[in-house]
Design a protein around this ligand. Structure first.
Ligand code: D61
Ligand code: MG
Length: 412
């Protein structure tokens, strides 16, 4: 029901949605026959809603390495996030995790649902890890070691300053960027991109998650750790929880906008990183999450709903991003469009209005200066769609496509 309504409101979502459904079905069918690889790929589909699809498009060798890299770090993160483990048990596990990946006997029960299965059957991940090329193994081990140590440091310490925030995000996501750059280079198709640019790729994604997940994180029982830096939120409220109470709505939105403005700082690095990639599959793998992130920030900015419920890009828009992110021109176009949307949402009275606007202008200038902004489909949604002839024609086409799709499915 909900999805039919959404498609009627955004008829041009339909083709990308159908394409995405097909791609997901296809990806799920491509589970390798060996039990350990089979476990790894079916796990990847279960625990990563968004990354499985983009990982699936890579060439076999690199795909296997990235899949294991993902699962190793997801397992490490499951230890970090499990609030039922005491700090004095957790810290040594995080610190030694990079050694456990070589040990097919090792296992540590924690986490819930699919994450618990991942932890219980971690030997499959180790077995697959040991089959990777040595340069892949070394890169994965190195990042796991540094991430584990960083997570351990922050188990004992809160995120107070903006520097702490950048440091924490470096450990849990920036390092993923560094590791991926190493894996891309090791696979032979890419130059080794700089640590700073790679770090920014991770920070932009992680900060977007931290912003979007405020309510989910603050309402977690037992209480989970929070990653919004005190240096930012203390300008607006006394306690971080206060942001969710209705009487503080104005302050909450100002604080949110401050956080978004902070995240936007990484965009220009991300654009430079993506412009330097050569392999089309690696490019898409990197660019799709970044476009989703700027889209999510555009949705969250100045939006009180972040403190009331789940704010997510609609599925159709996600499908469109996946379908329409193929070249660097598409990325400049998307960043330009989402910056336009963000700009239109900046309120004159917001304490950071000037700063936000100047960041957005800088991003738009970079996109414009690329010289690639013409001839593209726009993400800027025109308000008030009129139910005109074009729409009715569209609807008829859509219905015929659904019909054709369903009958094709029946004959398969
Ligand atoms: C290019 C393409 C993908 C990139 C990239 C560059 C640079 C960095 C990243 C992906 C990582 C971005 C992480 C953003 C999502 N955050 C989390 O999942 C948090 O956990 C962080 C620690 C585990 C990281 C695992 C990971 C994630 C994505 C990968 C990867 C490994 C390996 C390869 C490709 C992508 C977060 O998780 C819980 C949640 O978000 O609900 C947390 O605990 O804070
Ligand atoms: Mg975590």
């Amino acid at each position: 029901m909900g999805s039919l309504g959404a498609v009627l409101k955004h008829p041009d979502d339909l083709f990308p949605l159908l394409k995405l459904k097909r791609a997901m079905k296809h990806a799920e069918k491509q589970i390798p026959p060996e039990p350990h690889w089979g476990f790894c790929y079916s796990m990847l589909h279960k625990v990563s809603r968004s990354f499985a699809l983009v990982i699936q498009q890579l060439d076999t060798n690199l795909r296997n390495a990235v899949c294991i890299f993902y699962l190793v770090l997801r397992a490490l993160d499951t230890v970090e996030d499990d609030t039922s483990i005491a700090a004095d048990v957790k810290v040594p596990i995080l610190i030694a995790f990079h050694r456990h990946i070589y040990d097919q006997e090792w296992h540590f029960a924690c986490g819930e649902k699919d994450y618990k299965v991942l932890m219980d059957q971690f030997h499959h991940v180790s077995t697959a890890f040991l089959e990777l090329g040595e340069s892949f193994q070394v890169a994965i081990e190195d990042i796991t070691k540094r991430m584990g140590a960083g997570m351990a440091k922050f188990i004992l310490k809160e995120v107070e300053t903006i520097d702490d925030y950048d440091e924490y995000c470096h450990y849990v996501a920036g390092l993923v960027g560094l590791g991926l750059s190493k894996l891309f280079h090791a696979s032979g198709t890419e130059d080794l991109l700089s640590d700073d640019l790679s770090n920014s790729m991770g920070l932009f994604l992680q900060k977007t998650n931290i912003i979007r997940d405020y309510l989910e994180d603050i309402n977690e029982i037992p209480k989970s750790r929070m990653f919004w830096p005190r240096q930012i939120w203390s300008k607006y409220v006394i306690k971080l929880e206060d942001l969710k109470y209705e009487e503080n709505s104005e302050k909450a939105v100002q604080c949110l906008n401050d956080m978004v403005t902070n995240a936007l700082m990484h965009v220009e690095d991300c654009l430079i990183y993506m412009a330097a990639l050569r392999d089309p599959a690696i490019f898409r793998f990197c660019a799709i999450p970044q476009v989703m992130a700027i889209g999510t920030l555009a949705l969250c900015y100045n939006n009180i709903e972040v403190f009331r419920g789940v704010v997510k890009m609609r599925r159709g828009l996600t499908a469109k991003v996946i379908d329409q992110t193929k070249t660097i021109a598409d990325v400049y176009g998307a960043f330009f469009d989402f910056s336009c949307i963000l700009k239109s949402k900046v309120d004159m009275n917001d304490p950071n209005a000037e700063k936000t606007r100047s960041r957005l202008n800088a991003i738009q200038k970079t996109c414009r200066d690329s010289g690639l902004l013409n001839q593209r489909k726009s993400y800027v949604v025109k308000s008030n769609p009129r139910y005109n002839t074009a729409f009715i024609v569209m609807l008829i086409i859509i219905l015929s496509v659904i019909f054709a799709y369903l009958s094709a499915k029946r004959t398969n």
